[in-house]
Write a protein of this length. Sequence first.
Length: 207
Amino acid sequence: MQPNTTPVARHREHPDAGSRDGKGLGSTKGSGICHAYARDGRCISLLKILMTNYCVYDCAYCVNRVSSNVPRARFTVDEVVWLTTEFCRRNYIEGLFLSSGVLRSSDYTMEEMVRIAEKLRAQGFRGYIHLKTIPGAIALHALTGDGSRVLKRRGGMERTRDGRPLLVTLHPSCLLRLPDSQARDRATEDFRNDLVHAVEMLRVRAG
Ligand code: SF4
């Protein structure tokens, strides 16, 4: 997602924030409102939540793993959109930091998260949106709703579900993982061509 001002990658507690239990400073716990720093140095507040803590996976280190006995809850797409816009109207936050456990499948979960971002933008929300990538999800499926194979569509122009143009390409990490060096060189060349094509597309759109 394209933020208006891109916060740097690190997220940390606001230096003035007290800890959640009232002892000392700062906290590494949980969710709520966290802070990030924009490139211009501004500290911005983000609503940091999970869409759900249900999860079909069982990562041993994670409190939300399927075998954990924590109480479960889930926000609907509309609930997250409503919370974000209402908190923004009240000036509590300037952006959304959204992650989630995995419901049904990675692609389904990612699609639900993308729908939240799409609805927010459609309602005029111009704040920062940070969506965590769900492990195993294929971004193209989430953006277009079409689950057919990415390799067959690579290099083509498509539309997102809300009508914006997109160019299909592979994540650079896929190229690096190709075991055969000739295939890797070919795929890297294709990737470069995709980037050139994407820049041309942006130029045409900018007019
Ligand atoms: S996929 Fe994520 S939420 Fe699910 S158990 Fe693993 S770390 Fe936890």
